[in-house]
Design a binder for this molecule. Structure first.
Ligand code: D5M
Ligand code: FE
Ligand code: ZN
Length: 486
C-alpha cells in the first residue's frame, strides 16, 4: 500500500483512501500506466479518476492529447441487446441564440466580446491557480516566479524558443518557451485568442520565461447521480439534395427506428439530435452545382422534412443548423427560419448553433463543429480522421471555437456564447463527416458522421467520410454504441 502511495507522491499526486483501495488490487505495471495517463492538472486522485482511467485501459494514446478513452464497441444494428425499454424522454432547451443576437459588428462589439471571453475563462482558471495582473510585473519581480492569466495575441518561433504575446486587461507580456524547457512541448498546443494561465520566471522587464501552462480544462466529472432513462441518437450532416445523399441507408435507418429491430433497442429511443447540415444548400463550395440532385434549397428542405417525418412521431427531434443550412454563416447561427420550420412535423424542435439542451435531464451541448477545421490546421496531432480529439481540445480550453478569424467567422456578440462554462454530459458535433466517439473527464464526446458519400470536393481534400453510422447513447448508463446502417 505504502509503495503505491509513494509511486503517486513521486509524481506529485495525492491519493484518496478509496482510490488506494481500488489500486491495491492492481499490479505495478498497470498502476504505472495509470499514473502516466493522469492529467497534469490533477492534484488529488480520487476513486472516480481511477475508475474512469481503468475503464479506458486498452484505449489508444493520442500524440499530444491526454485523454481518457472508453473503447466503444462497433456493432451491427441487429446484434445488440437492449438495456431497457421505454422512451418518452424529456427534452428541454436551456440556452441558444435565436432572436437574441446583439451583434452589429462595430469595433466596440469586438472589445466587449473579447472582454467577456477573458472574464469568463479567467473565472474558470482562477479556481485552479492564483495569478497577478500583468501590469504588476515591474522591476521588483525580476528573478521571481510569477503567474498570470492572459489571452494569446501572437505566437511565433525563433531558433531557440516559442515566443507568445500574452495580454490581460492591464497590459501585455512576452512569454518565452525555451526549446529545452519542459513546457515547450505543451506550448505546441497553444492557439491564438485562447485564454490560459502561465507560470514562469519574470525578468522584470516585460518577459516571462515559462515553466508551465494551465488550461481552464474540466475537473474529472463523477457519473451524475440524477436518474435518467431512455436512449438518444446523434446525427448530423444529412446533406439532403446532394447526389451523394444515401437514401437507401436512410431507409434502413427508418425501418430500424420504426421497429424492424429484433433487439428492441430502437424502442427506448426518445430523442434524436441532428447537429447541422440538414441540406446540401447551394453555392457552398466551388463546383457544388454538379453534385446537386436538387438545385432549389426550399425543395431540399421539403425532402429533408419528408425524410424526417418517416421517423415515428413519438420521438422528439432536435435540429440545429450548420454551414450548409439557410441561416447566416457567421456563428452563432440562429435556428432555421420559420418558413422552413413549417415544413417539418410538430415533434421537431429547432435550436441555434451552438445550443444547450437537456435530454432526460442530461445536459447536451450541440455545436456543428466548424472550428474543428481550425483546430486540425493549428494543433499538431489532430486530424480529420479523429474529430473527437479536436473536441477534447474544446473542453480543455472550455471554448468551442477559440481561434478567432480563421475559417470560422464568429460574430462578436456582447457575450461569448462559445465558453463552456459548465461540463455537459454530452458534447455533440458533426461537420467532419467522420464518426468519432470518446470520453474525456466524464464527458461523452460524439462526432456523428454523415449521410453523404464522398463528394468530388472531399476526394480532392482527401476527406474519407464514414457515412450511415449512428451513435446511440443509453441515457441511464451513458454507454455509447455505434449502429451501422450501411
Ligand atoms: O464539411 C465536410 C468536410 O469537408 C469537413 O471535414 C470539413 C471539410 N471542408 C469543408 N470546407 C473545406 C475547405 N474549404 N477546405 C478544406 N476542407 C473543408 P461540410 O461543411 O459538410 O462541407
Ligand atoms: Fe457537412
Ligand atoms: Zn459542415
Amino acid at each position: 500500500m505504502l509503495e503505491i502511495v509513494q509511486m503517486f507522491a513521486e509524481r506529485g499526486y495525492q491519493l484518496t483512501p478509496e482510490a488506494l483501495e481500488i489500486l491495491s488490487k492492481k499490479d505495478t505495471g498497470s498502476i504505472d500506466h495509470l499514473i502516466s495517463s493522469l492529467d497534469a492538472s490533477t492534484v488529488v486522485v480520487s476513486a472516480e479518476h481511477v475508475l474512469s482511467l481503468l475503464d479506458g485501459e486498452g484505449g489508444k494514446a493520442a500524440k499530444n492529447v491526454r485523454t481518457e478513452y472508453q473503447m466503444v464497441k462497433e456493432i451491427s444494428a441487429t446484434s445488440c441487446a437492449p438495456e431497457q425499454t421505454g422512451s418518452g424522454v424529456e427534452v428541454e432547451v436551456l440556452r441558444e441564440i435565436t432572436g437574441r443576437s446583439t451583434c452589429l459588428g462595430n469595433y466596440s462589439d469586438f472589445v466587449k466580446y473579447f472582454r467577456d471571453r477573458y472574464a469568463k475563462i479567467h473565472d474558470l482558471l482562477s479556481r485552479r491557480m492564483s495569478s497577478r495582473p500583468i501590469e504588476s510585473l515591474g522591476a521588483q519581480t525580476a528573478g521571481r516566479e510569477v503567474s498570470v492569466i492572459g489571452m494569446i495575441m501572437d505566437i511565433r518561433n525563433t531558433s531557440r524558443a516559442r515566443v507568445v504575446e500574452l495580454e490581460d486587461p492591464t497590459g501585455m507580456v512576452t512569454v518565452l518557451f525555451a526549446r529545452e524547457s519542459p513546457a515547450y512541448e505543451d506550448s505546441m498546443l497553444l492557439v491564438t485568442d485562447e485564454v490560459v494561465g502561465i507560470t514562469g520566471t519574470s525578468d522584470g522587464k516585460g518577459r516571462i520565461f515559462a515553466k508551465s501552462i494551465v488550461w481552464p480544462d474540466l475537473e474529472a466529472q463523477p457519473q451524475p447521480l440524477t436518474a435518467a432513462s431512455g436512449g438518444a441518437l446523434f446525427l448530423s450532416d444529412l446533406h439532403v439534395g446532394s447526389r451523394k445523399f444515401m437514401r437507401e441507408t436512410w431507409n434502413r435507418f427508418v425501418s430500424w427506428i420504426s421497429g424492424e429491430d429484433p433487439t428492441g433497442l430502437s424502442s427506448n429511443v426518445g430523442c434524436i439530435v441532428i447537429a447541422g447540415d440538414i441540406v446540401d444548400g447551394i453555392g457552398v463550395y466551388p463546383g457544388q452545382e454538379d453534385e446537386l440532385e436538387i438545385k432549389d434549397i426550399y425543395e431540399q428542405y421539403q425532402l429533408a422534412a419528408d425524410l424526417i417525418s418517416e421517423i415515428p412521431s413519438g420521438i422528439k427531434i432536435v435540429i440545429s443548423p450548420g454551414n450548409h443550412d439557410i441561416v447566416r454563416q457567421a456563428e452563432p447561427q440562429p435556428a432555421l427560419p420559420k418558413e422552413i420550420q413549417s415544413l417539418f412535423s410538430s415533434n421537431v424542435i429547432f435550436v441555434g448553433n451552438p445550443s444547450w439542451i437537456t435530454i432526460s435531464s442530461r445536459p447536451v451541448l450541440i455545436y456543428h463543429g466548424r472550428s474543428i477545421d481550425d483546430f486540425v490546421l493549428k494543433v499538431p496531432g489532430l486530424s480529420y480522421r479523429e474529430p473527437e480529439l479536436a473536441m477534447v481540445e474544446m473542453l480543455r480550453r472550455r471554448h468551442l471555437c477559440p481561434i478567432y478569424g480563421n475559417r470560422v467567422s464568429v460574430a462578436p456578440e456582447v457575450e461569448d456564447h462559445y465558453v463552456i462554462d459548465r461540463p455537459p454530459a454530452i458534447l455533440h458535433c458533426g461537420h467532419v463527416h467522420v464518426v468519432g466517439i470518446t470520453r474525456y473527464k466524464g464527458v461523452t464526446l460524439i462526432n456523428s458522421g454523415t449521410w453523404q458519400g464522398q463528394t468530388e470536393f472531399q476526394k480532392k481534400m482527401n476527406i474519407q467520410p464514414t457515412p450511415g453510422i449512428v451513435p446511440h447513447v443509453d441515457l441511464s448508463t451513458m454507454k455509447v454504441r455505434k449502429l451501422r446502417f450501411t
